[in-house]
Design a protein around this ligand. Structure first.
Ligand SMILES: Nc1ncnc2c1ncn2[C@@H]1O[C@H](COP(=O)(O)OP(=O)(O)OP(=O)(O)O)[C@@H](O)[C@H]1O
Ligand SMILES: [Mg+2]
Length: 474
């Protein structure tokens, strides 16, 4: 005889009637399931808490804990385990209530063997589907978020490749980029991917503290170093030993602090404020700024020697407008985060809202997008975020002005329904593009297009004719 395979699933059967228990056990075991029996609700709950149960079949009327009570308690201790209720004729109303309370299905006694196996199979299939769905969602999330950073655009991938490449060296990295582009996240990503990942990641904002406080924050101080220094205190350099020290807003370092940082970078040494003993640390330095350090060096506001020390590797974090594909991905991510935080059930964005987000130029970059989505989540009244939930500035679409550049055929069509015009683009061209894009948006419907543009349909026809005639000129 062939060895029986592993059981298909483990089912917990709770019924106070021994005859019912036996009959269920016989049928379900024959189907290949492992069956665990419980004579009442309390025993069933205890067994459920031990784990390893895939599905519960419970009688509705039992002494002690009833089926309904068991259902409720089961949802609390094992929310992923489905419960099928077995009801006697005449308690169907209660069974319906049980469905509302989260029962997966119910069977009215007496039931046929085929009915039983069908209900069990369906419940287990449903459970597998949910588990598969969750696993897929998680894989998708993992794919989208590289560590803690999210994006799919080519520019984002290039950024993450660079992060990966520099992570394992101990070279000093300067992270540059506009405000809100994710410089701090990049610094963390470098640390998380480096061999120092189990060491500390310590961040200091150089712009947040006045000069003297910043120095004692960075280097620590000895007892009595200044009024109020009651004991000695370790500085951030010491705290970061074996890890990464992130110096944010590095352009704001004062002329007095700059050489002290330079010395740590060159010699790995420093003294605590008010101290004479030299300390040594093994720290990898990552710095960030949204200013152009090279310009500050030229203007003699930042030491050249320090600049070269900090700038061994530069990572330029692109602004969001150069990573347009990431906008919907990030928006969806922030929607999920803030919906969960605010206990809101939101499905996503309406097409119009998404269009607005994609068309906007995001001067405040990812931080601005995050704030806009958070606000929208709070304001949204429907099942989705609608354009009306977005700030006016984001809703004003879709013409973007680009600074600089030359007029002419360089004007490109960006995401659907949006085009860029540069300062100096001839009006006739703007008009033609606008007409073309609006027509496309309305799938060629001229009446709708006219309505949207606030002109007479006849004008649309005339302008199109005119365009065709011009195109026809050899
Ligand atoms: N790729 C990304 N994926 C997910 N979240 C991001 C991403 N980039 C930025 N963020 C989020 O955007 C916000 C701003 O990021 P961060 O603080 O790193 O920007 P920054 O460049 O340091 O800005 P600032 O120059 O103003 O200090 C943070 O909440 C961050 O979590
Ligand atoms: Mg920052």
């Amino acid at each position: 005889m062939a060895e029986p395979g592993p059981p298909l699933a483990t089912l917990l059967v709770a019924d106070d009637d021994p005859a019912v228990r036996q009959s269920l056990e016989r049928t379900l075991t024959r189907e290949g399931y492992a069956v665990v029996l419980a004579p009442d609700g309390q025993a069933a709950l205890e067994r459920l808490q031990e784990g390893g149960i895939d599905l519960v079949l419970s009688d509705l009327k039992m002494p002690g804990l009833t089926g309904l009570e068991l259902l409720r308690e089961a949802k609390a201790v094992a929310p992923d385990v489905d419960v099928i209720l077995l009801t006697a004729f005449g308690t169907v109303e209660e069974a319906v209530r049980a469905m509302k309370d989260g029962a997966t299905d119910f069977l009215t006694k007496p039931f046929q063997r085929a009915q039983l196996t069908k209900v069990v199979r369906q419940a287990l299939e449903r459970r597998d589907l949910i588990a598969q769905n969750r696993a897929l969602q998680k894989r998708l999330d993992d794919l989208l978020r590289q560590g803690n950073m999210i994006g799919t655009s080519p520019a984002f991938r290039r950024l993450m490749t660079l992060v990966q490449q520099v992570a394992d060296s101990s070279a000093t990295v300067l992270v540059q980029g506009e405000s809100g582009t994710g410089k701090e996240l990049v610094a963390r990503a470098i640390h998380d991917r480096s061999s120092r990942r189990n060491g500390p990641f310590i961040a200091v904002n150089c712009a947040a503290l006045p000069e003297t406080l910043l120095e004692s924050e960075l280097f620590g101080y000895e007892k009595g170093a200044f009024t109020g220094a009651a004991g000695r205190k370790e500085g951030r350099f010491e705290l970061a030993d074996g890890g990464t020290l992130f110096l944010d807003e590095i352009a704001d370092l004062s002329a007095v602090t700059q050489p002290k940082i330079l010395r740590v970078l060159q010699e790995g040494e420093f003294e605590r404020v008010g101290g004479t003993k030299t300390s040594r640390v093994d720290v990898r330095i990552v710095t960030a700024t949204n200013q152009d350090l090279a310009t500050l060096v030229r203007d003699r506001r930042f030491r050249e020697d320090l600049f070269y020390r900090l700038n061994v590797i530069t990572i330029q974090v692109p602004p969001l407008r150069e990573k347009h594909e990431d906008v919907p991905v990030l928006a969806q991510h922030f929607l999920r985060v803030y919906a969960a935080k605010n206990n809101r059930q939101l499905d996503g964005f309406s097409d119009e809202a998404l269009g607005c987000l994609e068309a906007y130029s995001w001067p405040g970059n990812v931080r601005e997008l995050e704030n806009v989505v958070e606000r929208a989540v709070v304001l949204a009244r429907g099942a989705r975020v609608d354009a009306g939930d977005l700030p006016d500035a984001v809703r004003e679409r879709p013409v973007m002005l680009m600074r600089g550049g030359t007029p002419g055929p360089g004007a490109t069509v960006v995401p659907e329904g949006v085009f860029q015009i540069r300062v100096g683009t001839p009006l006739a061209e703007v008009e033609a593009r606008l007409l073309e894009e609006t027509l496309r948006l309305n799938h060629g419907n001229k009446t709708l297009t006219a309505k949207m543009l606030g002109i007479d349909p006849k004008t649309v026809f005339r302008k199109l004719k005119q365009g065709e005639a011009e195109d026809g000129v050899p």
